[in-house]
Design a protein around this ligand. Structure first.
Ligand SMILES: C[S@@+](CC[C@H](N)C(=O)[O-])C[C@H]1O[C@@H](n2cnc3c(N)ncnc32)[C@H](O)[C@@H]1O
Length: 272
């Protein structure tokens, strides 16, 4: 097993533990979806547009809350995640909801799927678990049918530095940070950002990717960038207490009287 494969296995173990902790909390997003809610942010619903009948694959789908929300909107969904516990929870939720969603437990880098999709969807705390973005972009390009698109809604690459510079922020991965990618990951313990139980999980490993790495990765994989939007709001987590929650948007906003900085971005790229 090479070094990167070792890190992926460590992350799998950490995410198995984290998932168990997350599912213990009644406010976990899968619980909300099981009660009839939709876990997608408004920006995602608007930018994804009409997904009815579309073949959609959600990479790094965790417990499948967003995958199931997309299936409710009419997409023909497949979800992929490395964590056994996350895929088990996703499968049982799909059965309870009676939604025909396929969930595959796999490292995204080992995904053995000889199929094409209209939409590859990924985001909300996903890209920094990838250790090789160029290879990930090539996998995405291979999964896309001609005319298909990848849609990403993700934490902004500058976010770790905003957290690092502000002691009032929730900053689980605090440490030596560079804006630029380093093959050596940063690491942290305790992935219970749902319940904030303070309970430890095994050490997990993350990689920084700049906006340039992400755009260039997709472009060099042969995809045509259609848009890159930066947003002064975020949906993955309320990193600062003072962010304003807008429930109808599924997002936490920087208040209007504070400097508007980019907390997230969305990107779409197409296979011609
Ligand atoms: C923060 S969650 C993903 C975000 C998801 N959109 C959500 O809202 O929960 C990160 C997920 O990435 C998965 N993951 C990490 N490395 C992976 C890999 N190499 N292949 C597939 N899944 C991976 C983890 O198991 C975890 O479920």
């Amino acid at each position: 097993m090479n070094n990167l494969a070792k890190y992926r296995e460590k992350n799998r173990a950490a995410w198995n533990e984290a998932t168990t902790l997350h599912l213990r909390n009644p406010n976990n997003p899968l619980g909300r979806v099981l009660q009839g809610g939709c876990s997608l942010a408004r920006v995602e619903r608007e930018e994804l547009g009409d997904v009815r009948g579309r073949r959609l694959i959600h990479l790094l789908c965790n417990c499948g809350h967003d995958t199931l929300s997309l299936a409710r909107l009419g997409a023909r969904c497949t979800g992929v995640d490395i964590a056994d516990e996350a895929i088990a929870a996703a499968r049982s939720a799909a059965a309870v909801l009676g939604l025909p969603v396929r969930f595959i437990r796999s490292d995204v880098y080992d995904l053995a799927l000889d199929e094409h999709f209209d939409i590859v969807y990924v985001g909300k705390g996903a890209l920094y678990w990838l250790d090789d973005f160029a290879e990930f972009a090539r996998i995405v390009a291979r999964l896309l049918a001609p005319g298909g698109r990848v849609y990403v809604y993700e934490e902004h690459s500058l976010l770790p530095f905003m957290l690092e510079l502000d002691p009032t922020a929730y900053n689980p991965a605090s440490g030596d940070l560079n804006y630029f990618h380093d093959v050596e990951p940063t690491s942290s313990v305790g992935l219970d950002y749902v319940g904030l139980s303070g309970e430890g999980t095994k050490r997990s490993y993350e990689w920084q990717w700049t906006l340039g790495d992400i755009v260039t990765g997709f472009a060099q994989a042969g995809l045509r960038i259609e848009f890159l939007h930066e947003w002064p709001f975020i949906s993955s987590f309320k990193y600062w207490d003072w962010l304003e929650e807008r429930e109808d948007e599924g997002a936490f906003h920087i208040p209007a009287d504070k400097p508007q900085l980019p907390l997230s971005f969305s990107l779409q790229a197409r296979r011609d």
